[in-house]
Structures are given as C-alpha cells and as structure tokens.
Design a binder for this molecule. Structure first.
Ligand code: GDP
Length: 470
C-alpha cells in the first residue's frame, strides 16, 4: 500500500494509527481503512473492482440484448498494395452516396455507410490488415466481413497472403473482389487458381468463397459486390439490440484545435444519443455534439453506424471500447479506475511464452499454441510449419497461423498479440519497430539459425522441460 502511494511505510503506519488502527507492517486492511489513511496523506484512492467490472459485465451480458434486430454489416477492405483498395472504397462511396447527401463534400471520419436496395452497409475507411489487426490486439473486433481485393493482372502477393491469414485468425468471412478486370492483362481464373492454395475455393469451382470480378476504375461489378456483401451478412445473421445502453469501438481520434478531442465511434449495440455520458477506454465525456459520415449534425446513432463525437475529456485510442454509463460523474470515476487498473495490468500481464507454456497447458488455460513464422526463404517456412504442427499432442495443438518471408514486423507482432501467438524467426530478426512493440505488448519472439533448435525448444516447452536460460 505504501509502495503504491509512493510514501514511506512509517508515514502510512502513522496515518493508520491516527485513524485508530494499530497497524503492523504486514497487516491487511480493508478499503475504507486504507481510504482514511490515504486521506491523511493527501492521496486519493479509487475503488477499482466494483465499478469498472460492472461495465465489463454490461459489455458481455447478452441478457441485456432483449430486442435483437438486424443490423448493417461492417466491412473492411484488404489486399496487397496497389491492388486497388483505396480506389474500390472511393468507387463504392461515389456510387452510393448521392451528391445531395454529401453536400458536395466528402467527409473522412474513418468509416462511412452506404445504402443499396434499401439496406445499409458500413465500410471502415482504413484499408489493409494492419489497422484491423492492431484493433484486434486491443481486444476490439469490429469487422463482420472482409473484402479481399486481388488485382487480376497481378494475382496473389505477399500482403494478400497476410490478409488471408489475419482474417482466418479472426474468423471473419472473406469475399474476394478480383479487381482491374478492365485491363487487357487481367486473368481472373489465375487468381481463383492461386486462391485455392490458401483454402479459398471459388463457389463456381465447388467451394464456398464468393469471388466477384470488378473494376474500381471502370466502375464494373460494384453493385454485384455490394449485393454479395448483403447476402453474406444475411447468412451471418448479424443482429443487435438498438434499445439497450450503447457500446462500441473507437475507429479514429484526433485533437482538433478548435473542437478539442474528436473521435469517430462505431456503435455496435444500443443507440448513442447527444447528451449521453460515455466511458471510452480510460477517458470519458458527455456527448456535446454528434455528426454522421456526411458531416451532418445528428442526435442519435444505432448499431453499426459510425459517428463523430465531441465532448470527450481526452483523445481516446483507436480500438478502445466505449460504454454508455449513467452520468458523467460515474463515467469519470470509472475512467480514473481504469487508468489505475491499466497501469497495474501493464506491469503484470504476460501473454503466452514458451517458458510458461507448460504450466498454462496444465492449468487448462490454453489448448492451442498459435505460432507465426518469419523466415528468409519460403522453403524454411514450409519445413518449420510441417515439423512444428507435427509436435501437436492430445493436450495441445500447435498451429502455424501465419508464415511469411522477411523480417519480423510490427504487423506480425500485432497479429501475435491479437491471437495470443508466439513469433519464431528463422534467419531473420525483428525490425526496430517490431522489437519495441513486442516489448510493449509482451509478445514472445525468438529467432533461430538452426531449424532443429526451434523444434527442440517448442517440444521442450510443451513437456515443461525448457531450460530457463533462453
Ligand atoms: P491500394 O494501394 O490497394 O489502395 O491501391 P490504389 O487504390 O491506390 O490503386 C493503385 C493503382 O491501381 C492506382 O493507380 C489506381 O488507379 C489503379 N487501379 C485501381 N483499380 C483499378 C482498376 O479497376 N483498373 C485499373 N486499370 N486500374 C486500377
């Protein structure tokens, strides 16, 4: 207690005695007693457990969802660089948002909603798997469906494979948009052929992956693609209760000189209203004003709708969850409690590592060891993948969720954090950023020069025989 308050033990004991408690150095005290003593030392104590855990309960309490109704799907566009992700997002926006709606100006708030055949679809405006996985690493899964853009003249490329693996790890359905079909050199069949190597077999070839030929530039197939999104959403039966207290996720945030902290929130359950008090990660506020993706002032937003809000006390972090709470005072109290909790969690939390793998398996905490392999050549990845997966036992399954050629990057660390995986490098090293993020996220990374050593370590870890010197 003294340590946490950064006060000398003697002073804390003195304060306790003044409050009528004859305390010794190892004595247990309850919150009320601690509070009295802290007050004497001019330290403010905040009770964490009761308040913030009730919010988390709210979040997971499906019993609050009494009035489930269909909600629009939330879509992220992924794919290799230059395959046309941005062009496709622009083409969809232009085709489906009328001039009058947009008021001639296109607002970029990080997400936008379109209407097709009377139904809504929400698109996240940051294409690529980096943002998607960074959010997942923070515990936020907002995407319902991924559109994987593959250029018909280029085929599957390294970032296409990354995107596929990131979607699979997140268990999100993929619709493939075979783009640039206006080009002379386009070869959609080759793309479909290559996709089969990654477990995506096109419907017309007897599989279950929807592939839609499109051209973002020549505006071909855009409506077909959107209809397929709606069809997939139908199958997924996406629902939410618009009448409960609102919860959702921060998509983007910034500090605006005139307006203060500005955040784009995506409502996932319930309805958010101007005047509502919200807890956002470890910050809070009362919503002063709300704007939709067309820059129009609005009063409320239901499930799957992105809104820009003003009135927060600080700039929240993208990927943070928000919860509507009773009033601003409650929100502030909870935000303070969260800040303290986050600090203590940062010190204690550790994701899965090879050293403690055995005890985690024994305690039944994990049944699967997800691994990410980065190597200097493709051949090594395949060799490692095969041998590692063969180490699986009845108690624990070893699964390589991603393999790629090149240095260990920040995205690999994000994927590992989001999937509680370990990262194994073979003849490659983490780049500077990755090193820093791994330390922050407490992701276990180890590099090897000999395949046998990597296998040996994983095998030893699984039976609890890993020597602690690594
Ligand atoms: P991103 O990196 O995946 O976001 O790709 P961009 O949307 O920036 O597109 C990369 C390049 O491909 C740009 O020069 C686009 O004009 C071009 N492009 C995108 N879609 C198409 C298409 O359907 N047909 C053709 N011919 N070019 C396209």
């Amino acid at each position: 207690f003294a340590e946490k308050m950064e006060k000398p033990v003697a002073e804390v004991i003195k304060a306790l005695i003044f409050s009528g408690i004859m305390a010794g150095i190892n004595q247990e005290i309850d919150f009320e007693t601690a509070e009295k003593a802290a007050k004497k030392l001019e330290v403010k104590l905040v009770k964490i457990k009761d308040e913030s855990s009730s919010v988390e309960e709210d979040e997971n309490d499906d019993a609050l969802d009494v009035n489930l109704q269909k909600r629009p799907p939330i879509v992220t566009v992924m794919g290799h660089v230059d395959h046309g992700k941005t062009s496709l997002l622009d083409a969809i926006r232009k085709a489906k948002v009328t001039e009058s709606e947009a008021g001639g100006i296109t607002q970029h708030i990080g997400a936008y909603t379109i209407t097709i055949n009377g139904e809504k679809i929400t698109f996240l405006d940051t294409p690529g798997h980096e943002a998607f996985t960074a959010m997942r690493a923070r515990g936020a899964q907002v995407t319902d469906i991924v559109i994987l853009v593959v250029a018909a003249d280029d085929g599957i490329m390294p970032q296409t494979i990354e995107a596929i693996n990131h979607c699979k790890a997140a268990n999100v359905p993929i619709i493939v948009a075979i783009n640039k079909i206006d080009k002379e050199s386009a070869n959609p069949d080759r793309v479909k052929q290559e996709l089969t190597e990654y477990g995506l077999v096109a419907e017309e070839w007897g599989g279950s992956t929807i592939c839609v030929p499109v051209s973002a530039k020549a505006k071909i197939g855009i409506d077909d693609l959107l209809e397929m999104v709606l069809l997939t959403a139908e199958v997924e039966e996406l629902k939410a209760d618009p009448t409960r207290r609102a919860i959702g996720t921060v998509i983007e945030s910034q500090l605006d000189k005139g307006r203060g902290p500005v955040a784009t929130l995506l409502v996932q359950k319930g309805t958010l209203n101007v005047g509502d008090s919200i807890l956002v990660g470890s910050t809070y506020g009362r919503i002063r004003a709300m704007f939709d993706d067309k820059g129009k002032k609005i009063k409320s937003a239901g499930p799957s709708i992105p809104v820009e809000v003003l009135g927060l006390s600080e700039v929240p972090v993208a990927g943070d969850k928000f919860n509507e709470v009773k009033d601003e005072k409650t929100a502030r109290g909870m935000a303070e409690a969260r800040k303290i909790k986050e600090k203590s969690l940062q010190q204690s939390s550790m994701r899965v590592s090879l050293e403690d793998l055995y005890s985690q398996v024994k305690e039944g905490k994990i049944q699967e060891l997800p691994i990410i392999i980065k190597a200097d050549v493709q051949g090594s990845i395949e060799a490692l993948r095969g041998s590692l997966e063969k180490l699986s036992t009845d108690e624990i399954k070893v699964r390589v969720i991603h393999g790629g050629v090149g240095a260990i990057t920040e995205t690999d660390i994000s994927l590992a954090a989001a999937s509680n995986a370990v990262v194994i490098g073979f003849n490659v090293r983490p780049d500077n950023n990755a090193q820093a993020v791994a330390e922050k996220e407490k992701v276990y990374v180890k590099t090897y020069r000999v395949i046998y050593n990597a296998l040996d370590d994983v095998k030893s870890a699984m039976i609890g025989m890993l020597s602690p010197d690594i």
